[in-house]
Ligand binder design. Sequence first.
Ligand code: PLP
Length: 341
Amino acid sequence: MTKKAEIDWETLGFDYIKTDLRYISYWKDGAWDEGTLTEDNTIHIGEASPCLHYGQECFEGLKAYQTRNGEIQLFRVDQNAKRFKDSCERLLMPTIPEETFIAACIEVVKANEAYLPPYGTGGSLYIRPMMIGIGNSIAVKPATEYLFTVFCMPVGAYFKGGMTPVDFMVSDYDRAACNGTGQQKVGGNYAASLIAHDIAVKKGFADCIYLDPLTHTKIEEVGAANFFGITKDNRFITPISCSILPSITKYSLLYLAENVLGLEVSEEDVFIDELDGFAEAGACGTAAVITPIGGIHYHNRLHVFYSQTEVGPITRKLYDTLTNIQLGDIEAPEGWITKVK
Ligand SMILES: Cc1ncc(COP(=O)(O)O)c(C=O)c1O
């Protein structure tokens, strides 16, 4: 078992680390059981479980942070609970009451406090709730039983380098479609994206950028993160689309850009051949936090925004504001923080 002292907090990445306890609950005959914490990090399920064949699965991702004075807090967990409910409903799965979802996250963080990266290390405790359809039924129809679990692990930067700019390439592949499941956090979206990610990494990029599936002219997602750009006249712009995940980080930045930095903000189409209007650009998400985009490779040309090595001033301000709120160093807008301890 890895104990606090054995983890090198400064070099943490995003690899799986087994922690002590996870929450698990089963749904059968129309009801959830009480739920419990378990040491077992394996799941034993029937070979004809619908999650294995037809991808009846959804998940969430959020983080717990240690504050300067030793408290522990979650960032916007209620928003994850709501998005999880939306994903469950889209896949005809039973929902989890918001209070149960939040209580399970809190319980798991408390039970694994030894793995919470200390304040100042840049790390956090990543929390992964998920639900899968289980029970043997090979026909293409919703499962008869479900499993909801929440585990956690200590993490550092998702993209190597953290808050240093990285380059992305535009993919020819589509991630999701309108009226499909692009707006939900379901496993199938990610299975479909693996090949595009693989190609981008093999070509030396951090990840790929997806364009809208209908016209291939507008930016959708930056790997597993949303896109934002700062225009040359200081507006915060982020794509609007029916096939991207509504990023909680993105909506937080929209709020902070407008209300703390005083910028004009808007969700609108971002055309891939109109990048010249942006002075800065970034990828945002729970895992990516804010990752500055150095350049975007498209049609044999690398469009560089602010710099491939330096972080732009507004991206920096947004990053500082967001992370200071997450770490409890500045006051959060009402309802953004849930105290664990
Ligand atoms: C495809 C995709 N887009 C965007 C995001 C960012 O969403 P959030 O800010 O809620 O983490 C994620 C998850 O991190 C994602 O998987």
